[in-house]
Design a protein around this ligand. Structure first.
Ligand code: ZN
Length: 135
């Protein structure tokens, strides 16, 4: 397992890129609109991992409401696993609250699921299984 990315909630991705890319010097990997989650995201490379900037594109979504309460800042930690089905099954067995009991597949084949922060000591955790990990 490893950290795939740390996500930071922002209100303006271009303003955030002026810091993370231009001032801090991280390389921008790509920007993408994730319509299912109503967010625009930017991935920056940092070693083997990424920093994901997340900007809500609607104000009635979970992340938008979260930002209304807490403002910008650290939003979630994404851990890459080899087998997301097995990881979720193990957590169900241990009564972990899952936001997504079944993994969701992104257009690029990556599968992901979120775990309730109350089960992870206050941190929203996302699991990733990359397409290339599947056998
Ligand atoms: Zn993420």
């Amino acid at each position: 397992m490893k950290i795939n990315h740390l996500a930071i909630a922002v209100t303006d991705i271009d303003a955030a890129l002026a810091f993370y890319r231009d001032a801090l010097g991280l390389e921008l990997d790509h920007v993408e609109d994730v319509e299912r989650e109503s967010v625009r995201v930017a991935f920056l490379n940092i070693g083997e991992s990424h920093i994901e900037l997340v900007q809500p594109t609607r104000d009635d979504t979970g992340i938008a409401k979260w930002m209304n309460k807490r403002g910008e800042g650290m939003h979630h930690l994404c851990i890459e696993v080899g087998d997301i089905e097995a990881a979720l099954a193990e957590m169900k067995k241990r009564n972990v609250d899952l936001i997504n009991p079944q993994p969701i597949t992104k257009p690029n084949g990556t599968r992901y699921a979120f775990i309730q922060p109350r089960s992870a000591f206050g941190v929203l955790i996302e699991l990733y299984e990359l397409k290339s990990n599947k056998s």
